[in-house]
Design a protein around this ligand. Sequence first.
Ligand code: PNS
Length: 162
Amino acid sequence: MIALYPGSFDPVTYGHLDIIERASQLFDKLIIVIMENDEKKPAFSSSQRKELLEKCISHLPNVSVKVGSGLTVDFAREHNCQVLIRGVRAVSDYEYEMQLATANMTLQPDIETIFLLARPQYSFLSSSTAKTIAKNGGDLSKFVPEIVAEKLTEIYKISEGN
Ligand code: PNS
């Protein structure tokens, strides 16, 4: 069975990577798809996000990364994915995830969303938190892999210089 893990991954965090590793063990194949979230203005281009994700998942042979457009369920159908994976952290994620999963199941009833609960050490972690820490020169080592931390520091240095 092929699973699809959609998200904005702006940028990928240790929380996402934990979900990716766990989902890759549950399914024959896992496709990560970078989709646009209309509610968010990304800090990284989709090709930068793809490159970072690819570097972080190179040890997982059944995982690949793609950039999508349009609706996630259309991408899932075109790539023969029967399952969507989403990570949930606190109760505060529930409302948003319910809306997303309900819209997706209404659009495409034969595609199931499966939620994986974030490990407690990552339940506070988000891409936005990592960006705020980077903007303010904080220590990113517990939030994102080294290569992501370097890129985050770089983009906020560039924007400070402007
Ligand atoms: O990591 P995020 O930002 O919470 O991921 C949300 C994402 C990108 C998966 C969601 O916004 C999405 O699926 N966008 C593509 C458009 C779509 O299919 N929306 C849901 C049905 S209206």
